[in-house]
Design a binder for this molecule. Structure first.
Ligand code: MN
Length: 498
């Protein structure tokens, strides 16, 4: 669904006419080689296309206008092989609406000690040319990523790819549509927010539907399609014997009908993210659990209780991590483990809707009463999340602006079995520990709903926030509460002055 060889970043090399045609030909040939190398690299997940050596203000303006209008172009990589006086860049950079990465590299890896002469010096000028370019970016207060190092280094490729994934996500979010089946869970504050502001900042748009609109489509699904989906469930999951008996089997069929209806509704409307709410199920016989889990596993964004911000963020992080190892899921900090030995842990789960992508187990298909909501017992997949490094992220609506909070965590395997837990779960130790993590998260206004990902890294999200222009606060192994609070205060002041 996401491995992307359609979208492009354009390598644009800055220079000037001062050096004469021969040097400029060399600049173009070298740029071509770098672009080709990035494009061929399996480490870079989008196309990299060499576009031009720009030498005048009008050439720079023209390439920026072209980038703005090119549907497949998700951003620019700019590099000054030689010096390129940056007053020439003002018009173009002020016009550019796509994100850009400043690749501070040099064509020649090493100084040829015996052979170095003024020709070499005049060609390999990035050391000062890129600083001139950097100045004008800062002078214009432009958001961008600066990556430093030789263009063949693995670490450079990694950083470039992280940014490409953020740019790709930003690009995708401009046309993303979120469907809301029902409204927010009543009186919940953090799942509310301003949808117009969100669209202006992130690009995605949110469409509300009555649950009846969905029920109508669910009821139109054919019995034959329902039966074949049920038999796929039976093949893909561990299904207890008694579930094949009549009463439970009819509920599995009902879950399949809901999945088919939701899928059809979302596909027909061009939606790639959605929300449900258990307070509003009119006409749906059970809270959609299995359907949400399977749709998330296929790359859809999901938020429970009407949480459209988290639904959009799940979708964003699914795109960001396309083809990468590890899963991404809607998540909720559910309950704590606070042993006397101090290794405090969080058990993350939800009523039903955790994405099986975060597990390496074959999920068990189960039916249990919900306990709240007063509907038929919903069908769900039950599994344990895989252990290892992960993170939780949330987007907070602060009224006038948005803040992303990220907490790096270490997923762990429970020491004991949880035979009576009827939902999928993830267990983690937050970095640096629960005390610092939770206090910082709470001071930052972070939601109880998050996106849990074993694939997306802090750097992906930082790059994405930089492109979207929102605050990004990280809680990691180095965080202490006092400094974190101070950072929130300084950031508040900074964003108030913008
Ligand atoms: Mn919830």
């Amino acid at each position: 669904m996401y491995s992307d060889k359609i979208h492009e970043v354009w390598l644009v090399t800055g220079s000037q006419h001062l050096y004469g045609p021969k040097t400029l030909e060399q600049v173009a040939a070298n740029s071509q080689q770098i672009a080709q190398s990035l494009d061929n690299s399996p480490a870079i997940s989008v196309r990299v296309v060499f576009k031009a050596v720009v030498k005048t203000p009008s050439e720079i303006l023209q390439i920026c206008r072209e980038a703005n209008n090119a549907e497949n172009c998700i951003g620019l990589i700019c590099w000054m092989h030689t010096f390129s006086p940056a007053k020439m860049w003002i018009g173009g950079l002020q016009t550019l609406t796509k994100p850009f990465l400043h690749l501070h590299t040099q064509f020649n890896r090493e100084i040829p000690w015996d052979a170095i002469d003024m020709d070499f010096m005049n060609l390999n000028q990035a050391a000062h040319g890129d600083r001139e370019f950097g100045f004008i970016g800062t002078r214009l207060e432009l958001r961008r990523k600066v990556v430093v190092g030789h263009w063949q280094d693995a670490e450079v490729l990694r950083q470039v790819d992280v940014w490409c994934r953020a740019a790709l996500t930003h690009n995708e979010m401009q046309t993303t549509k979120v469907a809301r089946f029902g409204d927010n869970m009543r009186d919940v504050a953090v799942t509310e927010g301003n949808k117009v502001s969100a669209q202006i900042t992130f690009g995605y748009s949110v469409y509300g539907y009555g649950v009846g609109d969905l029920v109508k489509v669910v009821n139109e699904m054919s019995d034959g399609d329902v039966d074949s989906l049920v038999s796929r469930y039976m093949d893909e999951y561990k299904v207890a014997g008694h579930l094949k008996e009549t009463r439970e089997y009819s509920q599995i069929r009902e879950a399949a009908r809901i999945e088919l209806g939701m899928r059809t509704f979302l596909e027909d409307g061009g939606f790639t993210a959605f929300t449900t709410t258990f307070e509003d199920l009119n006409g749906l016989t059970q809270l959609p659990g299995l359907a949400c889990q399977r749709l998330m596993n296929d790359g859809y964004g999901f938020g429970a209780e009407g949480d459209w911000k988290t639904a959009a963020l799940v979708r964003a992080m699914k795109i960001m991590s396309g083809g990468m190892k590890g899963g991404t899921s809607f998540m909720e900090d559910y309950t704590y483990h606070l042993p006397e030995n101090g290794t405090d842990m969080v058990l993350g789960a939800h009523m039903l809707e955790v994405c099986p992508s975060i597990s390496t187990q074959t999920p068990k298909l189960e039916i249990h009463p919900l306990g709240i909501g007063g509907k038929a017992d919903p069908v769900r997949l039950v599994f344990d999340a895989a252990a290892g490094a992960a993170l939780n992220a949330t987007v907070v609506d602060l009224g006038k602006r948005y803040r992303m909070l990220i907490n790096e965590v270490d997923g762990v395997v429970p020491e004991k079995r949880l035979p009576n837990l009827p939902v999928a779960q993830a267990l983690w130790i937050p970095r640096p520990n629960l005390k610092v993590s939770a206090a910082s998260w709470i001071y930052g206004g972070g939601a109880h709903h998050t996106v849990f990902s074993q694939a997306v890294t802090t750097e992906h999200l930082q790059d994405y926030c930089e492109i979207a222009g929102i605050e990004c606060c990280v809680i990691d192994k180095n965080t202490d509460v006092a400094s974190f609070k101070e950072k929130l205060r300084y950031n508040h002041l900074f964003y108030s002055l913008l």
